[in-house]
Design a protein around this ligand. Structure first.
Ligand code: FO1
Length: 340
């Protein structure tokens, strides 16, 4: 079974780690036991800082799947130090609200050196894979084009001004209302080769519980990506791959991050049902063959099913590896049910 996951950063990384664990635990001979996992990762959070290309969501995936991540902070490396960052801030080449750890800088310097030598972001990720064993999970940047997300806000004079997503997210903690999000250059972008190849061969497509606007929305906003997701499985033996989404919202609040602020900007309620309707039922031109909500949102299931979204309520909190693996199992089960 070939599984493709669309994912953003921290929540996405935990979900993929759970999925890998579910594959490890699957009974010998079962479909899941032989599964491959390809992850299409959001690149809209990426930016250039101090001459280095920073790719937060790919790094969250890389560090989480290789066990190098800082579980407490949610980003960066475990056992980190900040000697160089102190120097960079003293020189004023990095702001005090964005810290580049010493170990983390190793990754950014390697990446930036490879990019300057002419490698594509996809080739850079493949190089990083060579060092970090991800136990069979393959990561793909959603696109090899730069599509940094910029956030438009109202300045105190009432004029509109934009800032990079990272400033809005880490300096202002998404507390400044965003008028709109813009992935600069996305019209010229196309899905990365690895993403297209993985989707063509997919048996199952999972939408991780990542930010529906700036992570999943950015991935799907890449010209050609949405069609590739809907056509997933064309090259596989089983025909069209079912698409199953996992809600990033439980009982009306975002599980992590500031998805609520982003949903408000695009006029979608911070609600597990509203996000499903935002992605849309596949039978009505949307993406979803099935949708998982938390047990806390059981009451939404009947209405969603009436609207054509095959919803189920399952334990959605990924507190540890067991709960993450159980959630991933439920997502795969929902996909197999949808395929029947
Ligand atoms: N998040 C913060 O809140 N503060 C930081 O100083 C910070 C630094 C940082 C450095 C590298 C990196 O890959 C991520 C970093 N993040 C930081 C997290 C990052 O903003 C988020 O992980 C994503 O952008 C959200 O998906």
């Amino acid at each position: 079974m070939r599984i493709v996951v669309l994912a953003g950063g921290v929540g996405g990384a935990r979900f993929v780690r759970g999925l890998r664990e579910a594959v490890r635990r699957a009974p010998v001979g079962s479909d899941l036991a032989e599964a491959s996992i390809d992850v299409i990762v959001n690149t809209g959070d990426d930016w250039w800082l101090a001459g280095l290309r920073i790719t937060p969501d790919l790094d969250s995936m890389l560090y989480t799947l290789s066990g190098q991540n800082d579980e407490v902070r949610g980003w960066g490396r475990v056992g980190e130090s900040e000697r160089v960052s102190g120097e960079l801030q003293a020189y004023g080449v990095t702001p005090e609200w964005f810290t580049l750890g010493d170990l983390d800088l190793g990754t950014h310097i390697a990446r930036s050196a490879w990019l300057r030598s002419g490698l594509t972001p996809s080739e850079v990720v493949a190089r990083l894979h060579e060092r970090w064993d991800l136990s069979g999970v393959r990561l793909h940047p959603a696109t090899d084009h730069e599509i940094d997300t910029h956030v438009w806000v109202a300045s105190d004079t009432g004029a509109e001004e934009d800032m990079h997503f990272q400033e809005w997210w880490t300096r202002y903690r998404a507390q400044v209302p965003a008028l709109r999000f813009e992935q600069r250059g996305i019209d010229l972008a196309s899905p990365s080769p690895g993403a297209l190849t993985a989707l063509d061969a997919a048996d199952v497509v999972l939408i991780a519980p990542s930010n529906p606007v700036v992570s999943i929305g950015t991935i799907l906003g890449i010209p050609g990506m949405r069609d590739a997701v809907l056509a997933a499985g064309a090259g596989a033996s089983r025909g069209r791959a079912p698409i199953v989404g996992v809600s990033p919202i439980i009982a009306g609040s975002a599980v992590r991050g500031m998805a609520d602020a982003c949903l408000t900007t695009i006029g979608v309620a911070t609600d597990a049902g509203a996000v499903a309707r935002h992605y849309g039922p596949r039978a009505q031109g949307g993406l979803l063959d099935a949708w998982l909500v938390g047990l806390e949102d059981e009451s939404l299931v009947a209405g969603l099913r009436a609207d054509g979204v095959a919803a189920d309520a399952v334990p959605l909190w990924m507190r540890d590896l067991d709960t993450a693996a159980a959630l991933a199992d439920a997502a795969v089960d929902a996909a197999q049910a949808a395929a029947r």
